[in-house]
Design a protein. Structure first.
Length: 276
């Protein structure tokens, strides 16, 4: 698929998620109304109970593959930008760290998600959080404006990842930090998965090789790049995720083959700095 076609597919998928009043499992798939599954997944990828309880109901869609805020060392008074903010989960967690003198900006490409996030902010009385409609490849944020850019399992969905990192670099102040949790490949996926619409929305087919991902960050101009953690995609989450189930069924994968597929995809936590 062409870049614009991929964006349309992803946008349609996440717009549908935003309109559902149920949590999601894995990355972008409805969880059949299981209200506990989103929290279970969030705990597995690094969120604590205090963080889960600090956000408005409906903000946690179980879409992440890590907890970038935990590694961001966010300070009071800073401005934080979340790429692909969804219903606002990470934004609300960051809001308590920047305080009343700081600000958190969430950017999402779907009007439905922006509406949901703004409603969550209103319900939770968050005065220091703002949500803007836009694409992460063309951020509606001015140059040298933010201290921290975070993102959680979103950049892998973009067919123009280098452009995303270039935009993050542009909007960061000199000395600013990039902290992302994202999905990368440890080995190439079968072509049938890369052609799968479901796999794109599920953050699998859009992933690129780990070295290529880190190379794109460095080529943009970021320095002090560090991989803070790396985990293969948990097989138990794949077994519970309807998207992963559909992929396995499409390929007629055995349990052992599904485990091998799981081992091909990793969640990494990466930090980098924009030089002063």
């Amino acid at each position: 698929m062409k870049a614009e076609e991929i964006k349309d597919v992803v946008k349609a998928g996440y717009a549908k998620v935003a309109l559902l009043n149920v949590p999601c499992c894995g990355a972008g798939s409805p969880c059949c109304g299981n209200s506990n599954l989103a929290e279970e997944i969030s705990r597995k990828v690094g969120y604590g109970d205090h963080e889960l309880k600090s956000v408005p109901e409906g903000a946690n869609l179980g879409l992440g593959c890590g907890n970038p805020v935990a590694f961001a060392s966010i300070e009071e008074g800073e401005t934080v930008l979340d790429l692909g903010s969804g219903a606002g989960f990470d934004c609300f967690i960051a809001a308590s760290k920047v305080g009343s003198t700081g600000k958190v900006i969430g950017v999402d490409m779907t009007p439905e998600m922006i509406e949901k996030a703004r409603r969550n902010a209103q319900d939770g009385y968050f005065q220091n959080v703002e949500f803007r409609l836009g694409e992460i490849e063309n951020l509606p944020v001015s140059e040298n404006h933010v201290n921290v850019v975070i993102s959680n399992c979103v950049i892998n969905l973009s067919p123009e990842k280098k452009k995303v990192f270039q935009e993050a670099f542009r909007v960061l102040k000199p000395g600013g930090r990039l902290i992302v949790s994202d999905m990368v490949l440890l080995k190439e996926l079968p072509e049938v998965i890369r052609r799968s619409v479901e796999a794109y929305v599920g953050c699998i087919a859009g992933a690129i090789m780990k070295d290529e991902y880190l190379g794109a960050i460095e080529a943009t101009g970021f320095r002090e790049i560090q991989v803070l953690g790396e985990d293969t995609y948990p097989i138990e989450l794949m077994a519970a995720d309807p998207i992963s189930q559909e992929i396995c069924a499409e390929l007629s994968l055995s349990e052992e083959e599904a485990r091998n597929l799981s081992a091909s995809v990793a969640s990494i936590r990466v930090t980098a700095k924009k030089p002063r």
